[in-house]
Design a protein around this ligand. Sequence first.
Ligand SMILES: [Zn+2]
Length: 390
Amino acid sequence: MRFFIADEEEILSGKTTDVYFLRTIEVLKKENVHKNVLMEVTTQDHKYPWFVFAGLEEVVNLLRGKKITLRALREGTIFPPFDQNGIPVPVLTVEGDYQEFAIYETPILGLICQASGIATKSARFKKLIGDKKLLSFGVRRMHPALAPMIDRYSYIGGCDSVSSVIGAERLGKVPRGTMPHALILVLGEENAWKKFDEDLDPSVPRIALVDTFSDEKFSTIRAAELIKNLSGVRLDTPSSRRGNFAHIIREVKWELNVRGIRGIDVIVSGGIKEEDVPELIEAGADGFGVGTTISSASTVDYAMDIVEIDGIPIAKKGKFSGRKDVYVCKKCGNFAVVPHGVERPLCKKCGNTMEDAMETLISSGNVLYSPPRVDDIRNYVIEQLSRSII
Ligand SMILES: [Zn+2]
């Protein structure tokens, strides 16, 4: 084994589970106990008022072939951790003979906790950034085996492009990036800009890195004079030298403007946090390369709990037992969770009739799910970001 990762077969066979599930199965098998168990996934995470539900396609692939029923929110749904009455919102349920799926609790949670965490962080940036460009730059800070996963969920959450070659390839997109400091150091600043322009395919955007040696303002002007098709400059100014980053952006934009140079985007990167964004937008930043903040986003703390056994409501303390119906108000994004079969509620926020929030993806082992296009999931996230509840 050259890399410390589990391969697909090991994940599918349950080897990444926690050992106590294997012990549970061993006991249930020896005692010949077959009970129909309904489990639900909820979060009582108070980190944010809303989260993006993601990771579903991988969960379906994990449970494919098992005689279970899987229901879930549509992938990309923005949901609050608690409904309009303070009840935790189930995002996913699994039902069947407990022996059939007990060992998958660990990988199910692992898949959706991290995917939802990354998609949520990306969506929070997208909401702040709006129509400006949001670029996912963070794969370098996580295990390379996760690059496609990090870029996928960054994209789903709202990033406009991703930097890793494999991440973009899996999304069916072109990877996006500028130039590294290394090229400038190896060739010299002006020479690097020139050769980048001369040697690369015209489809590669001409974005010059302008912070390596000297002042960003003067480097930007030089780059604009040297490269005819310059489409942008990137300011990756280290925070130790940044001073007032917003002011540097203002100065760069001003100097371009007074020279009548148009159409050059200012892309900022380097440890950008959510709280930095409003000021940088106000100063005129046109694009944001966000790395670690998205790729190492905190996971959403989902838990998976038994809520019904053989038709009888049962749950551990702190959890709400019983089969539930989950509704969403399509107008404002509000949620309602009620005992299964009771009357469909109205939205407390806007009085609207609520709609079923969950879909059946696997029914007693039959897979009904066909994966949506990744762009449809991303567009769904972006459409919800404009709702008033968020
Ligand atoms: Zn509503």
